[in-house]
Ligand binder design. Sequence first.
Ligand code: FMN
Length: 180
Amino acid sequence: MNILVIVAHPELTTSRANKALLQRLNKNRENIHIHKLYELYPDWNIDTEKEQALLLQHDRVVLQFPFYWYSCPPLLKKWFDDVMKPGWAYGTGGNRLVGKEFLIATTTGGTDNSYRSGGDNQFTISELLRPIERTITKCSGIYLPAFVSYAVDASMDEWLEQEAIRYAEHIRTPMPVLAH
Ligand SMILES: Cc1cc2nc3c(=O)[nH]c(=O)nc-3n(C[C@H](O)[C@H](O)[C@H](O)COP(=O)(O)O)c2cc1C
């Protein structure tokens, strides 16, 4: 299985959590291609054809980002706007993503307990990620269970390393096991 990891972090140099996740993936890059949007497109001028070609070359696409204002950082939203084109990703003749696996990997400042009905953040992460989930299913992609690492800002480095191991396992787990 070829895995494309699209990373959308505006400040990876000062990141702790996403940097730790990526450092783990870098230890075993077999069949994994890491694609850092903010480094590749500092001018935000996304190469639609190149991005579409990359999607076609991979079986699974991981969208990795820090959770910002209950959503993804803005360059990833622009990536959806520029890449998921009618006639290519959806609509008449738009069948290029049919059956492709997509998986969100996100890190939060909020605790696991805060992301629930009655909790500080009121909604679960699954509920808050629904616009991205629907974008993927609108394009007939397969939306797999997300990887979420909570309360990362208050976490020790050792914990982040454990989370990174869990991440590397999660994104390689076959669909029937992940989605059972
Ligand atoms: C602009 C901004 C918005 C944020 N919004 C949220 C949020 O809505 N929910 C949350 O739990 N954490 C939020 N955070 C905290 C980040 O998710 C957290 O700092 C990040 O996941 C840490 O990852 P990093 O070490 O890779 O930067 C926000 C942080 C920033 C800078």
